[in-house]
Structures are given as C-alpha cells and as structure tokens.
Design a protein. Structure first.
Length: 204
C-alpha cells in the first residue's frame, strides 16, 4: 500500500513537469533542500527523488553536483540583483544606499544557506556564470550609490563607494552568520548597520 502510494505520487510529480520548466523546478527543489538541510544534503540523486524527475534528466541539466551548486549560486546573485533593483526603485525620495543596504542584509536573513553558498569557492569553483551574476548584482549597488552622490561625482568614485558598501555588507553578513546564523541580523541590527554605512559615505 505504502509503496503503491509513493509510486503514484512520484508519477504525479513527473507528469507535472514540462520540458520548458524542468530546470527551474529542479533549481527550486535544490534551493529548498539547501535551506532546510544544508549543502551536504544536496546531490543530483536527492533532487531527482525530491522532484520525481528521472535521474538522467537531472544529469542533462547539471553535469555534476558542482554544476548544480554553481547554478544555485548564480541564481542567488540574480535574485540579489533583483532585490537591490526593486528596493532602489521603490525608495521614493529616500536614500539609495539605505534601500540597497537593507535589501542586501534582508536577503541574507531570508536565505542564509544560499548566501553562504554564493561565496563558497571550495564548493562551486570559479565559474563564469557565477562571476557574471555577481557583477550584475554589484552593478545594482553602484546604481544605488549613484542615487545618493552629488552630481559631478566621477564613475570611478561611485564605483569605489559601492565597493566599500559591498564589502561592509559582506562583512556584516559574515559576522552575523559566524555568530549563530541569520537570527543575529534582527531588524534593529540591520537598520543600525545600514545607518552606519550611510554615515561613512556622507562624510566629506
């Protein structure tokens, strides 16, 4: 009875997959498993079992575990870029740095395991797709910084400010995660950290 029910559930999941969205659903399942059980639980077989997709199909999309992890990391940076872009666009008359800084640290708080993977070269190696996705996210931080800086500020100066904000945000996130996880990034901590970044940037 139990085996029959399990087989039926797997077949039902397989029927729900379509050629056009298999990779996105595999990625979503891998991301969920990453956040719930950690990177050690991730494998192509585990994703196949979780989704009901044939293992051969999973291998078609990801050559090995490292490719799977790299794909997740690249997607994480793309999601971070979207979060920064949305926050900057929705800031109204407020600070671009504050909006982007809050979005960055809130991303870490919401998806700590994925964020940790994004900066784990031992797991994913140096892959062009990950670097390109990170560059896209950093470009959104540059845009946010440009919103706050005086007209006439050179592009290089804007980039340097954005680099400083990026490095500080990474440091804050790393410290919080090392001290016990995303719970260390409560709302007050995030606000104070971002206000500190604003103060540093606004000094002559």
């Amino acid at each position: 009875m139990g085996t029959t029910a399990t087989t039926s559930a797997v077949l039902a999941r397989r029927r729900s997959y379509h050629v056009g969205n298999v990779r996105s659903q595999l990625s979503a399942a891998a991301s969920a498993l990453l956040e719930s059980e950690g990177v050690s639980a991730l494998s192509l077989r585990a994703i196949a079992r979780r989704t009901g997709v044939a293992l051969g199909t999973v291998y078609y999309h990801y050559a090995d575990k490292q490719a799977l992890l790299a794909g997740l990391a690249a997607e994480g940076f793309r999601d971070l870029a979207a979060a920064l872009r949305t926050a900057t666009d929705a800031r109204g008359d407020g600070s671009g740095i504050r909006a982007a800084g809050m979005a960055y640290l809130n991303f870490v708080r919401a998806r700590p395991a994925l964020y940790g993977l994004m900066y784990e070269p031992r797991e994913i190696g140096r892959r062009e797709e990950v670097e390109e996705a990170e560059n896209s996210a950093f470009a959104e931080m540059i845009r946010a910084a440009a919103e706050d800086l005086k007209q006439g500020t050179t592009p290089e100066s804007i980039r340097q400010v954005a680099q400083g904000i990026w490095a500080c945000a990474r440091g804050i996130a790393a410290l919080a995660l090392a001290r016990g996880g995303p719970g260390q990034l409560d709302g007050q901590t995030v606000r104070e950290a971002v206000q500190g970044l604003e103060t540093l940037v606004s000094r002559p």
